[in-house]
Design a binder for this molecule. Sequence first.
Ligand SMILES: [Zn+2]
Length: 274
Amino acid sequence: MSRLLHLLVGFLAVAVVGGLLGWGAWGLCHQRDEARQARQAQTPLPPPITTETPISQPEPASPLRGVRILLDPGHSGGLVGATRQVPDGRGGFKDCNNSGTASNAGFPEHTFNWEVATRLKALLEDEGASVDLTRADDVSMGPCVDERGKMASGYDAAVSIHANGTPNPAVKGYFALVSSPALTPAQGEPSQTLARHLLTGLGYAGFSPSTAVAGQISYRADLAGLNFAECPTVMMELGEMRNGEEAALMQTPEGQQRYAEALADGLRRWASER
Ligand SMILES: [Zn+2]
């Protein structure tokens, strides 16, 4: 009997010791697993392999998006009926239109104006602006000056593009013309603000400010294209066609593009602050 009891006690002792050892071994393994998992968590993962192109940052929206702009390429290529008298907007009358000035080499202002206006239209439309021109081509008569002034309504801005023809070849540089005294609310400060931004654009592009017009803004009562305007409207004389340096620039596509880009920059500045 005592032998049986002895065996039983021995069995129980083995079971207890074995259980403790097993528990300890499991605990050790468990601790090792935790340590391995911790090491794995600290090991940086390799970068994922991807064949997709990187996501580029979207361009910020242009301030010109949705802006409605009227561009007037000054004068006309055709002159049928050009001397017909039309109202000037202040009780007087003037010719329907003319071909403008020309460089000493005979390059006509109306063509320079057309080239700059069409280039500017493309630049503005690229940035989401809605742009209309006052005339359809550079060969027909196009609307008279009073009609062009009346077109400047329902737009956010209107710009009439010109080059000047001061006979003195030493005179050079750009300037703006605005209607004064203002006949509509838009002809006052809104048009002067537009003028200042366009002048800034030309200055930043490296063109010369006018040596003849103080402050580069000419206040005029006699221009029908400005007197009928209901939206902010400016006439820009981009330079002097009798000045050899400026005429050379105006006659080349590269020069015309530079003028267009300067005006687009001015309109962008104006649109971002309005
Ligand atoms: Zn002109």
